[in-house]
Design a protein around this ligand. Structure first.
Ligand SMILES: Cc1cc2nc3c(=O)[nH]c(=O)nc-3n(C[C@H](O)[C@H](O)[C@H](O)COP(=O)(O)OP(=O)(O)OC[C@H]3O[C@@H](n4cnc5c(N)ncnc54)[C@H](O)[C@@H]3O)c2cc1C
Length: 420
């Protein structure tokens, strides 16, 4: 069992569940077409998508479903990545950058369709995003992004939305609003998807860790606590954890990040609740609201792979996040009812690792690192279904598991060498 902790503090989303569905442990030898390792948001989306496509699958989770990074996720669903379309175009060319953004936007919509098809409400609500320039120097960069998005057909409005206070505008020199993003409750959504997949015939096992994945003829054999799974295709949806023997590379650069949820009914009257907010600084400060009027805010990423565990350390970061909110809404007083710290993984080139590893055909990676993990999970599920149907997805070449030159990315290598 993997004992590494991915979060600490008082998580908000699990408190919104009155009942957690449970699933048995594996006690047999199971055969299937697709074995999904990991019962977080990525495994959940893949399981629900495979069920919808009528493809037989088994999902195995070594702890409880939706209890790792998915429980710490703040639930912003945005087609824009941590890297702007314009920045990505500079790096990989405009055609590929535009294709990546187009498929991310499609994934936001597909997630909405998947959410609408399950009986439980996972809180998917369409939202607009206010993207702010953090400094005067960032304002031209933001303008360039706005113009490129418009040129490629994205609905975007330059400036601040009506109602935003003058303190907000004094803090940020420029901003624009994009439309067609969403917010979710990640824990309810992941549970809803897994429950739906289970109803449609996907076999789900909790407390079933996969220790090892080996080739056996045309099959993969997965050694699990309590049994064995034989599958034609294996999906590695294990998030940021060191996971299974026999899985090649694609390790994230791990950081820690902080988040809080205020008390209910604390959204200032001047804020339009249909909007989420983020900025150009890296790391960025961001916030969204919840249906019961909380603000969920986050940021302050630090170059350390482990969550803080001491209460004073967490309180200090929470006070900083509250101070950021206070600067934007000086007329309001905010109190954190929940505050937490979570590990957070980035790929060195800001793109997810999705697809079969060239050295291990059939082992499909669904590792959606970065601030957009949920959108990348939906993208991974779409690419997985395409691959199982023998189709070449347009992003297959760009996102396949690859060697990335970490030193060239300028990002610090803070990955700790955990044992498996
Ligand atoms: C504070 C914070 C805020 C965030 N905000 C956002 C946001 O607003 N929007 C967004 O899109 N993303 C956000 N993220 C990122 C998001 O949480 C992740 O991208 C997403 O949850 C990853 O889901 P996952 O299923 O890939 O990983 P996880 O949720 O970590 O699930 C992986 C699962 O695999 C299981 N597993 C691992 N190894 C094995 C094994 N050998 N056998 C069986 N099971 C195994 C683990 O137990 C775990 O349950 C945030 C992250 C943090 C920490």
């Amino acid at each position: 069992m993997n004992e590494h902790k991915l979060h600490d503090g008082s998580l908000y989303w699990p408190k919104t569940m009155s009942f957690f569905p449970t699933y048995p442990s594996l006690r047999e030898r199971a055969m299937t077409q697709v074995a999904i390792i990991g019962g977080g948001m990525t495994g959940a989306i893949c399981a629900a998508t495979l069920a919808e496509a009528g493809i037989p699958a088994v999902l195995v989770e070594e702890k409880r479903v939706a209890s790792a990074s998915t429980a710490a996720n703040t639930g912003l669903i945005q087609f824009s990545s941590d890297i702007m379309m314009s920045g990505l175009a500079d790096r990989i060319g405009e055609r590929d950058a535009v294709a990546f953004y187009a498929h991310s936007r499609k994934a936001v919509n597909d997630l909405g369709l998947l959410a609408a098809a399950v009986p439980q409400d996972g809180g998917y609500r369409v939202r607009s995003s206010l993207y702010c320039a953090s400094t005067d120097e960032d304002a031209p960069k933001l303008r360039r992004e706005y113009e490129m998005l418009r040129r490629h057909g994205y609905a975007a409005d330059w400036g601040f939305p009506a109602g935003v206070g003058s303190d907000f505008m004094a803090r940020y020199p420029a901003a624009f609003v994009t439309h067609g993003d969403a917010e979710i409750n990640p824990v309810r959504t992941a549970h809803a998807f897994i429950a739906q997949a289970a109803r449609s015939g996907v076999r789900v096992y909790e407390h079933t860790g996969v220790a090892n994945v080996r080739r056996r003829g045309d099959w993969f054999a997965l050694d699990c606590e309590g049994g064995e799974i034989l599958a034609r295709t294996v999906v590695r949806a294990t998030g940021y954890l060191p996971d299974i023997e026999g899985a090649a590379g694609c390790e994230p650069i791990l950081r820690r990040t902080f988040a809080l949820a205020t008390k209910p009914n604390s959204v200032p009257a001047e804020w339009n609740r249909d909007h989420m907010m983020w900025e150009t600084a890296r790391p960025y400060f961001y916030f969204r609201t919840t249906p019961d009027g909380r603000i969920v805010a986050g940021g302050l990423d630090e170059d350390s792979p482990d969550p803080v565990t001491g209460e004073p350390e967490l309180q200090a970061r929470t006070a900083k996040l509250l101070a950021e909110l206070g600067k934007l809404f000086p007329g309001s007083r905010f109190e954190a009812e929940h505050a937490w710290c979570g590990s957070f993984g980035e790929s060195p080139d800001d793109l997810p690792f999705i697809g079969e590893h060239p050295e291990t055909p059939g082992l499909f990676h669904a590792l959606g690192y970065g601030g957009n993990g949920t959108v990348y999970a939906m993208l991974a599920a779409n690419m997985l279904v395409a691959r199982l149907r023998g189709q070449e997805h347009p992003l297959a070449g760009l996102l396949r598991p690859r060697e990335v030159n970490r030193a060239a990315s300028g990002k610090p290598a803070v990955r700790k060498a955990y044992g498996v």
